[in-house]
Design a binder for this molecule. Structure first.
Ligand code: PHB
Length: 395
């Protein structure tokens, strides 16, 4: 009798406590048990579609683990960074200081990434870069808690020059958006193209995210180089390829680029993209089991064809899964977490890759050409290309 009354009394007290809010700290702790994952990506503007593909790929990798990380449930927090560099720090702080995320996945735009990098270095939050190639993130400003699952800006274009010269295109005009992604893609292009014996006739830059190319295309027509090479991506890439064709340059002056030019945009660009030749760490038709399974599953789940951004999102998820499993979900065990992530071999749809010491993928760069609405692999432009991140000192 006594014990029964005791039980009843206790439960009555518990109910009282719950309604008066006394149990809230416990509740909060239970919620705190979830791993808090922050997604900072562009969901509006010229890179909006890239952000969505990254999130889709990331979620796919987590869903393959039953939606858990190292056995723990996940809670997502999202911020649209609008590809606006001036808001980079503030947006990253929304996730890190306000939402107290355990890991920040972001972003696409190199300028915005610099804001994330500052916050990552100041707070020590785990940061996984699913696209932005800004050299400093895995170079002079590298950090033990920052890992890139994508590429560095000069990696894809470093391999572009040799196939251009081999095809007889020795005099080129380079055109890009004027910001770090374009400037650093140019560094890679210049190095590879000059080394192969090419000459750069002119470098042209338009402000990001402008998509008015008339004056520049008129100038290119007048210069009449053997080829044009460029960096554009997302909505701007579609507009550039369409304008290039409309200006009568397609079929006259071959168009080359870093492969972002033709990623995720082939339906929108239509015939304007046919024959465009690019270099990138991914191609649709890569003949490996992981790629085939990934493409099928992605198309089924999202009713969309995946692209390099989806692959990078997926690999960001795979990298986090691998790290979280190594520490059984205890992301505060940083030493073991970073060691596992830094030593990871990722079985990716792009082919297997490893982290460099500076935390950037060591990966193959493929030569691709657009044929029948697909980025076809026509060769390997560089094998296991390392960017060893000049200036990187892990402290
Ligand atoms: C970048 O800003 O680093 C960037 C953006 C879009 C791309 C590639 C790189 O497709």
């Amino acid at each position: 009798m006594t014990s029964r009354r005791l039980v009843l009394t206790r439960s009555a007290a518990l109910i009282g406590a719950a309604t008066s809010g006394l149990l809230l700290p416990q509740l909060a702790r239970a919620q705190g048990n979830k791993i808090r994952v922050g997604l900072m990506l562009p969901y509006t503007g010229t890179y909006a579609q890239l952000g969505v593909a990254i999130e889709n790929g990331f979620r796919m990798a987590i869903d393959e683990q039953g939606g858990k990380l190292g056995g723990r449930e996940i809670e997502y927090f999202k911020v649209d960074d609008e590809s606006e560099p001036p808001k980079g720090v503030e947006n990253a702080n929304k996730l890190v200081l306000r939402d107290k995320v355990d890991v920040l996945i972001g972003t696409v735009h190199s300028g915005v990434q610099m804001g994330i990098q500052k916050v990552a270095r100041d707070t020590g939050v785990l940061s996984i870069i699913p696209n932005a190639g800004v050299l400093a993130a895995t170079g002079g400003l590298c950090a033990p808690n920052v890992f890139r699952a994508s590429f560095s800006n000069s990696q894809p274009t470093r391999a572009l020059g040799a196939p251009m010269v081999k095809a007889g295109h020795k005099k080129a005009v380079w055109i890009t958006w004027k910001y770090s992604a374009g400037d650093e893609a140019y560094l890679g292009f210049k190095e590879g193209f000059l080394a192969a014996g090419g000459t750069i006739v002119k470098e042209i830059a338009v402000p990001f995210p402008n998509v008015e190319f008339q004056a520049q295309l008129t100038e290119i027509a007048a210069l009449n180089p053997d080829a044009v090479a460029c960096f554009f991506a997302g909505g701007g890439a579609v507009k550039f390829m369409k304008d290039y064709a409309a200006a009568g340059l397609k079929g006259k002056i071959p168009l080359y680029g870093s492969g972002f030019l033709t990623e995720g945009v082939l339906d929108a660009a239509g015939a304007a993209a046919d024959g465009v030749t690019t270099t990138l760490h991914y191609a649709d038709g890569l003949d490996n089991a992981k790629n085939k399974a990934f493409r099928l599953a992605y198309a089924k789940q999202f009713k969309l064809q995946p692209d390099v951004y989806a692959v990078q999102g997926y690999d960001s998820g795979q990298l986090l899964v691998l790290g979280a499993n190594a520490v059984k979900g205890d992301l505060s065990n940083k030493k073991a977490l970073y060691a596992a992530m830094g030593g990871a071999t990722i079985d990716s749809p792009r082919g297997k890759w490893k982290m460099s010491k500076a935390h950037n993928p060591i990966q193959d760069i493929y030569l691709r050409r657009v044929e029948n609405g697909e980025n076809k692999v026509i060769g390997v432009a560089a094998k296991q290309l390392v960017d060893d991140g000049p200036g990187c000192k892990m402290t």
